[in-house]
Design a protein. Structure first.
Length: 694
């Protein structure tokens, strides 16, 4: 009867307790409150003197705890929790997932003895402990102690298990809520960091904000940011907070040196609650600065998949939580992108400034237009040069300033589509009567993403002036030479007739005089022809003439100089002879010019050939030598006035007018002239002439 009564009153007590516990816990949400309430309720109902609840995560790591000792809540010591879990009674409960009863702590091996646990001390003498389980999931462990031996009984053990079972679900909920709260806080911190870090593009400011955000999130005593030096591959302290900031800025660590060196090398973050104990820790740094690193977290800073630095936080106000690394790595990757963007932005800005400086300081006027020629930008020089101010220029079209050479640029600037710039000569039409000879250089440029044309104008009026002076001088010379020369020639003819025919010396002297005079006469005639043909005059007296006769006369004129350089002159005249419709005197001078050049620019003793044939309905004439040859890049230029090849000309003097005359003369007849040449092998000049109709 008594037994039954005890049992039923015990059951009643248990039911009341369970009801009370569920009511108490229903309103508590945060983990700490739940734990303290569970403990207080347990101590009251099981009558323990002290107790502890340890909450475990799914890996069995302690995440939080509550301790009540002699009626007051105490701060848990992580280190002690670990020891208890590893070797103590709570550890046994966690491993076996069973409740435990220790009636005498002095002779139970599951109990870790501490110095105050001795026989005479006031430490716990008996204890009960139970696992907090939600189905098969271990959530924590609760342990109660009493300073008296044999105080707890199996009944207490059953009771504490009942409390544990009741409390487990509340603890698990609170733990999950706590975790998700922490995650949410981490996400908020990251989002705030992102907003702050990305709000600027000034590289120094970006670094400063990364530091601020890291400090703020971890309440860290010091934060450092190291960047990889691309040249030496060292890590350099680029920004820092904390008391030793000035000592460490600019200091270097080799790749792989210290914890940060390890992080940079491996590309992995680390969290060390006690850095000094880690073998990677580089103590030298603290020794030099006098700083004391305790806890340390470091994460790599990445940009475009490359590690560009390391972010580290030292001595946080509270120990680094389980998600510290995720948060720091998050800030690290934000930092990487922000640093990269800031650097790129600055490079672009610097390039733009440099371009603007070059643009403004250029000694040549420069205009930027759209694809229709509307001026959108111009430099100072352009204003001075045209006499229009910037505002007026920006309302104008480049066509209003000069005549665009449509042949050079092509329809809709098609010729500019390539990367090569184009050049042509024109005349600038400035404000008022201002006109200047210019050379225009145009190229395609991209400015702020838009396709533009850049027009650079160069004043060539001085060069033009000189050209004109030279031409004037030339025309004066040949006009004034012509009539005296004719007189000399006729006088020489007379003298030849009057001289005794058998005096060889006199005859040879006279021949020299005649040949030289004829050369001067040919030169004067060719200069005159050049001026006329350039002015667009047509060749008047084109009559059917024997090509062979022209070639023979030409050979006659140069035979003497070829002989004196021992150069054999082979000929290949057309058979039958060809009749060409030409100004015979002019074409004879063209052939003589080519033959004279061949003699002049070839070494002594080399072979010359003069030939002609009918090809494709035209007469074709060629002069070949086996001399020095003409560099490829000069082959088209040598037909321009005053132009001579850069190499191979040797000491031979010349004006660079001969081939210009040949080209004008041949083209004036409707023919073409060209050269094929190879260095050290020789050159062949070929030209075509129209055949006279049968
Ligand atoms: P000039 O002989 O007065 O220099 P030309 O117009 O006749 O002027 O020739 C232009 C340039 O072409 C010469 O200066 C020379 O460099 C080159 N040239 C012409 N003919 C030959 C040749 N047969 N062999 C090598 N170079 C030549």
């Amino acid at each position: 009867m008594t037994d039954q009564l005890t049992e039923s009153s015990g059951t009643l007590a248990s039911l009341r307790l369970i009801y009370e516990i569920s009511r108490e816990l229903a309103t508590a949400i945060d983990l700490r409150t739940v734990l303290t309430r569970v403990l207080f309720l347990s101590l009251r109902n099981v009558q323990g003197s002290s107790g502890a609840v340890i909450v475990l995560d799914d890996n069995g790591e302690p995440v939080d705890s509550a301790i009540i000792h002699a009626g007051s809540v105490q701060n848990p010591n992580t280190q002690r929790l670990r020891t208890t879990l590893d070797g103590g009674l709570a550890g046994w409960v966690v491993r076996t997932r069973q409740s435990a009863l220790v009636t005498d702590t002095s002779n139970d091996e599951r109990w870790i003895k501490r110095q105050y646990d001795g026989e005479a001390d006031s430490g716990p003498k008996s204890s009960v402990s139970a696992p907090l389980m939600v189905r098969d999931r271990l959530v924590g462990v609760i342990t109660l102690t009493h300073p008296q031996k044999d105080f707890f009984t199996t009944e207490h053990q059953a009771l504490i298990q009942a409390i544990a079972d009741q409390a487990a679900i509340a603890v698990l909920n609170a733990r999950l809520l706590d975790e998700s709260n922490r995650k949410a806080a981490a996400m908020t911190a990251l989002a705030q960091s992102a907003a702050s870090i990305n709000a600027t593009l000034d590289p120094e400011e970006v670094l400063q904000r990364i530091l601020e955000q890291t400090s703020e999130v971890f309440k860290a005593e010091a934060v450092s940011l190291l960047l990889v030096d691309p040249v030496t591959n060292d890590l350099v302290f680029r920004a820092a907070t904390g008391t030793k900031r000035n000592e460490i800025l600019g200091k270097r660590l080799a790749m792989g040196q210290g914890v940060v060196g390890w992080v940079a090398e491996k590309g992995e973050g680390v969290v060390l609650q006690d850095a000094i104990k880690d073998e990677r820790f580089f103590a030298e740094m603290d020794k030099n600065t006098g700083y004391k690193t305790r806890a340390l977290a470091a994460a790599p800073i990445r940009a475009k998949g490359q590690i560009i630095g390391v972010l580290e936080a030292l001595n946080p106000a509270k120990p680094f939580q389980s998600d510290a690394l995720t948060v720091l790595e998050g800030i690290g990757s934000l930092a990487g992108t922000a640093i990269d963007h800031a650097q790129l932005f600055n490079q672009v800005a610097a390039a733009r400034t440099r371009y603007l400086e070059l643009f403004e300081d250029s000694i040549d006027p420069i205009f930027i237009t759209d694809q229709d020629g509307r001026i959108v930008e111009s430099n100072r020089r352009a204003e001075l040069f045209t006499g229009f101010n910037g505002a007026s220029l920006h309302k104008m079209n480049i066509y209003q300033l000069h005549k665009v050479d449509l042949k050079a640029v092509g329809e809709d600037f098609a010729a500019l589509r390539g990367v090569e710039p184009l050049m042509y000569e024109s005349r600038l039409q400035g404000s008022g009567e201002k006109e200047i000879d210019i050379e225009v250089h145009i190229r395609n440029v991209t400015i702020d993403g838009a396709d533009r044309l850049q027009w650079l104008m160069r004043d060539i009026s001085e060069r033009k002036e000189l050209d004109k002076l030279r031409d004037d001088l030339m025309s004066m010379i040949y006009h004034d030479l012509r009539s005296p020369l004719s007189n000399v020639i006729s006088s020489l003819d007379l003298i030849a007739a009057m001289l005794p025919q058998d005096d060889a010396n006199l005859k040879s002297l006279l021949e020299i005089a005649v040949r030289s005079t004829e050369r001067v006469q040919r030169l004067a005639a060719s200069l005159l022809d050049t001026a006329r043909l350039e002015a667009g005059q047509r060749i008047g007296n084109q009559v059917p003439s024997s090509l062979n006769a022209i070639l023979l006369e030409a050979v006659d004129a140069v035979a003497h100089s070829a002989e004196s350089k021992q150069m054999p002159l082979g000929t290949a005249y057309p058979k039958p002879d060809l009749t060409v419709k030409v100004d015979a005197d002019m074409i004879r001078r063209v052939v003589i010019n080519l033959l004279e050049n061949a003699v002049k620019y070839s070494p002594e003793g080399t072979q010359l050939t003069l030939g002609a044939a009918e090809v494709d309905g035209m007469a074709q004439v060629w002069v070949a030598d086996t001399g020095k040859g003409i560099p490829e890049e000069d082959q088209s230029r040598i037909f321009e006035k005053y132009t001579r090849a850069r190499i191979g000309t040797g000491t031979a003097k010349g004006l660079g007018l001969g081939l210009a005359f040949c080209k004008l003369a041949v083209e004036g007849h409707g023919g073409k002239i060209w050269v094929k040449s190879e260095l050290e092998k020789g050159s062949t000049f070929t030209f075509t002439l129209p055949l006279a109709a049968e």
